[in-house]
Design a protein around this ligand. Sequence first.
Ligand SMILES: C[S@@+](CC[C@H](N)C(=O)[O-])C[C@H]1O[C@@H](n2cnc3c(N)ncnc32)[C@H](O)[C@@H]1O
Length: 193
Amino acid sequence: MVLAVEPVKLARRLAARRVGAGTVPVRHIGLDGQAIALANASCDAALSTFTLCTVADPDRVLAELRRVLRSGGRFHFLEHGIAPEPSVANLQRRIEPWQRRLADGCHLTRDSLALVGQAGFVVERYEQGYAAGPKPWSYFTVGIAVNHPRWRCLQLVHHRPWWYPGGYVLSCYLSRMWPDDLGAELSSWLVTL
Ligand SMILES: C[S@@+](CC[C@H](N)C(=O)[O-])C[C@H]1O[C@@H](n2cnc3c(N)ncnc32)[C@H](O)[C@@H]1O
């Protein structure tokens, strides 16, 4: 089962014929990738093609994808974005305001690889290069990233637990990156003060 998120009716209509002809059932489950109506860790894989360029807040979309993907689930992406050559990148910056107005908010200068990494995905493999067409629109990134839980930080907590009436305890917790798991106490060392 494929669960699709797409706000534009025309896009859904355009997809309908191929969806109908396919063997995998596709269910439209929402209008906004920034707020996906699915439970945490409920999906095995995710896919985005040429959408991180258009969404208003790609960081929120990627955080949502991490939330709904199970641990170890893969995010597959194909996006256009900022070119490595300064002359092309400068041209992209100049054209971008027009592109956004004319192409439904599409940005030319987003760096999808960096965005995916900053969101906490571990990029497993990727390729970048120019496809056919004018350079400002054709620097593509295709990649696969894994939703690994990563150790985020050592949390120091100073508290007075019921089992140690003699004083305060400084606990050191390792927390995981997932918002839901923040505070999950996976190991601790206790120092009595
Ligand atoms: C350039 S089109 C790409 C369409 C298609 N994925 C493809 O590869 O041809 C960008 C798509 O992002 C969709 N989009 C815009 N904002 C969105 C959002 N907040 N959540 C999900 N999709 C969004 C647009 O409706 C549009 O279909």
